[in-house]
Design a protein around this ligand. Sequence first.
Ligand code: HEM
Length: 412
Amino acid sequence: MNKAVEEYNFFDPEVIESPFDFYRAAREEAPVYRLPDTDIYFVSRYDDVREALKRTDDFSNNILEKLNVPLKNPEAEAVYAGGWPVADTLLTLDPPRHRVYRSLLNKVFSQKRVDSMQGYMAEIVNELINDWINDGEVDLLNRFCVPFPLHVIADQLGVPRTDLELFKFWSDCFASRLSGFADADKELEDAHAIVSFQRYFMDKVDQLRESPEDTIISDLAHARIDENRLLHPEELLSIIQQLLVAGNETSRATIAGGVLNLIENSNECKRLRSDLSLIPNAVEEILRLETPSCGLWRLVSRDTELAGVQIPEGAMLMVRFASANRDEAVFQQPDKMNVCRHNAGENLAFGRGVHFCLGAQLARKELEVAFTALLARTGNWRLTEGKNNLRHWPNMILRGLEELHIQFDKVQ
Ligand code: HEM
């Protein structure tokens, strides 16, 4: 029997692992649900999520101070003190200031630029596949889903291939810091990693200010805002950090989750293989089902209401994209995969409104290129027995598989 919404504890790692019954209960019983003993309001329906994203005067992205829970490990605090403080730039700013930073980056991620990257992306993907195509079995997460988006964003940020491992480690440490589940030792490791990341990129910015290159980071190093000033280190680091985390963990999770969905729904996989022109729609369906950026915070900036629920100033909203994407009022049979779903593209995996994902076009292109090559070059996907726990990261705002080992037949 289905449980009532109050019987779930959102912070329980098992609920985070298998959240869909909780989401359904929340949508049915309390679409704007105050989590017991907290000042967090959990928004689970599609329409309410969209409305919350639109009302930037009521629901602010300026959340860093509120979320800054003291670290468990004082040594980690000391390490951070040796780096740069984090400035509010894109994700954590509201209009009108948000626009100043957003407009710097809009051009860089334009559809035209992304379209021109298709061939370059296909080359990366095919090189990765060449490495294991004759093996019949692969750790797909670590030998494809992780390195592909990492290569793309590292190239965009002008990081040499020799530093990719380091780059991945930093990205993981940022995700761990955001997870809310790091223990004291992990906090210290994350702090050291994040401060080394800061030093690495500030050295790079200094070099690029001397001799510019044709990369995003070089453009940022020379960008001017306000009274024609260069960006401060805190601003540059905040932007680079967001590009790093937002561009890696999410795309990797979507590729891995998509492959798993296609293995578990072999008829959908067959449909896709027989007509590769369905891939763009299948990508939307995968984004809907996986929603790797599963929920984000908003700070309530004045007393207000949402869906008839009174919400006081200072409370937090948990805007749950992953629940909105399974709202039965919008998506029929929402838990089923349907690569031909007519409105798959209405998913909210990239958010909506002023903070709509800056990398959405880039990510869509990555996903299309990845699934096209995987489907064309490998067939008969199976999970490798005994090697998959099928669990996800313990993380409240990002969702992704911890491992994915598959067997396959070589096609070409
Ligand atoms: C499947 C892949 C991705 C998903 C699901 C995703 C999801 C999201 C979501 C939900 C937001 C909205 C945040 C909010 O409303 O507060 C967002 C914003 C953002 N994303 Fe993505 N993202 C993906 C890939 C990327 C990539 C590849 C990049 C860049 C390389 C990127 C960069 C950003 C940035 C910079 C923002 C902040 C935009 C702003 O605040 O104006 N994302 N993303």
